[in-house]
Design a protein around this ligand. Structure first.
Ligand code: UD1
Ligand code: CA
Length: 463
């Protein structure tokens, strides 16, 4: 890969994001719509940050407050463009923040998939000296600014907008992606000179090409190798198109590293998914936040995993929702299990169908296989929790913990009224309501004795 920079020139990034995005037909500012669970602007800022620039300026206008608020964690220089008078006017607003000793990379808030690699290559071509345009060749260039080249030298002579293009220029399929690098000294001299004497009465950033040509400066270009990187989002259907491209790329990347996806078209990663060797993922799973799957983990169909770490050999059966939790080695979860935040399962734990676990630790080899709620509990090793067991952790005001020590057996349909402790080796008879600590190694039950009434008759219908 090309080196980031041959010289020590500072890179300034300006992201243009003031436009309204009318074609989204949405109250949400366009750049806050999401691809892969991240806003469009966040994608651009993350990539920009990876270049370690001197400064990142974002030009905002429509929905400015909301856009600003969505990026509070990042170090951003915010620039307001009250009226959207064109891309040249937008960049002009950022000019005071662009010191003359650097070079500015112009990015678009609605072009989210541009990669660090392509930007590196663009920076390399510019040699931190030349006005350099990222171009692309589109079979259907309609709507884009066309790159006009000298027929003999093939040097760039102009960029003409769709609306201003002649018939002949409209046939050019090399387009301006909008992404470019411009030395700041040139921006300082050119931007204030831009005029809006065109059909749209906008200050076109692309008019700096004219100024460069007039000054006799060579304009460089780099053609994007992957066209999808430079696609912009203007509508909901383009948003979903980019979503699919992103997901397909991610899926193939996982497979190249050895994961087995039963269908790469039916997986969604909205964050980061790390897979050990021989991981297998069935269809329609969603991974959110940071998900780490150890070696040989199997994830069944239709699971949602959010910020979870799953150790080697664990099997997640279909239809599970697991969030902010840790699953130990060789655990067996599901089908239809819900593991909620703060849960940590040791190795070889079994959590079966319709079992909910919340904010609980469960020791190795313990099992809760059917229809239970385990909340705010500490469960030891080798514990068997019978079907329908409920830890009653909430009295309507406060929450309390349940402690179940090693080798406990809890009969079905038991309520454990927290705070309560079930001591080591206890057996709880089915159908019990346990309110007090149980003694070790004894059978505890709390149910009335079974009686049969011999002369009892079923009621009869009144006449
Ligand atoms: C622009 C380019 C065109 C290129 C295309 C690529 C110009 C004149 N034209 O056209 O050559 O092919 O992008 O997608 O530059 N914005 C502002 N403030 C403004 C106007 C725009 O911040 O006053 C922002 C928008 O939010 C958007 C970006 O700049 O993120 C592009 O603006 P848009 O109006 O969509 O430019 P195009 O007409 O598509
Ligand atoms: Ca556009």
């Amino acid at each position: 890969m090309s080196k980031l920079l041959e010289t020590a020139t500072k890179i300034y990034v300006v992201v243009l994001a003031a436009g309204a995005g009318k074609r989204m037909h949405s109250a949400l500012p366009k750049v806050l719509h999401e691809v892969a669970g991240r806003s469009l602007i966040r994608h651009v800022v993350d990539t920009a940050q990876s270049l370690k620039p001197e400064k990142i300026c974002i030009v905002i206008g429509h929905g400015a407050a909301q856009v600003k608020q969505s990026l509070t964690a990042a170090e951003i220089t915010w620039v307001n463009q009250a009226q959207q008078l064109g891309t040249g006017h937008a960049l002009l607003q950022a000019l005071p923040h662009l010191d003359v000793d650097g070079i500015t990379l112009v990015l678009y808030g609605d072009v989210p998939l541009i990669s660090q690699d392509t930007l590196h290559k663009l920076i390399h071509v510019s040699a931190s000296e030349y006005l350099t345009i990222l171009t692309a060749k589109f079979a259907d260039p309609f709507g884009y600014g066309r790159i006009v080249r000298d027929p003999v030298t093939s040097k760039i002579t102009a960029i003409v907008e769709q609306k201003d293009a002649t018939q002949e220029q409209q046939d050019i399929n090399e387009i301006n992606t909008g992404i470019m690098l411009v030395p700041n000294t040139l921006l300082h001299s050119w931007l204030p000179q831009l005029k809006n004497n065109n059909l749209q009465q906008e200050y076109y950033l692309t008019d700096i090409i004219d100024l460069a040509v007039k000054a006799g400066l060579e304009i460089k270009s780099f053609e994007a190798e992957k066209k999808w990187e430079v696609l912009g989002v203007n509508s909901k259907s383009q948003l979903v198109e980019l979503e699919r491209i992103y997901q397909t790329n991610y899926a193939f990347n996982l497979m190249e590293k050895g994961a087995r996806l039963l269908d790469p078209a039916r997986i969604d990663i909205r964050g980061e998914l790390q897979c050990g060797s021989d991981v297998s993922i069935d269809i329609n799973c969603i991974f959110e936040g940071s998900v780490i799957l150890g070696d040989s983990v199997q994830v069944g169909a239709h699971c949602v995993l959010r910020n979870v770490k799953i150790a080697a050999g664990a099997i997640i059966q279909p239809f599970c929702l697991i969030e902010d939790a840790e699953i130990g080695e060789a655990c067996k979860i599901g089908p239809y299990a819900r593991i909620r935040p703060g849960s940590k399962l040791d190795s070889q734990v079994h959590i079966g169908n319709f079992v909910e676990v919340k904010n609980s630790q469960i020791g190795r080899l313990s099992k809760a296989n059917h229809l239970s709620y385990i909340g705010d509990s500490t469960v030891g090793q080798n514990v068997n929790i019978g079907a329908g067991t409920i830890t009653c952790n909430y009295d309507g005001v406060n929450k309390y913990r349940t402690v179940i020590e090693d080798d406990v057996f809890i009969g079905s349909d038991t309520q454990l009224i927290a705070p309560v402790k079930i001591a080591r080796g206890s057996t709880i008879g089915a159908g019990s309501t346990i309110t007090k600590e149980t003694p070790e190694n004894q059978l505890t039950l709390s149910r009335s004795k079974q009686v049969s009434i011999s002369n009892w008759k079923r009621p009869e219908k009144n006449k």
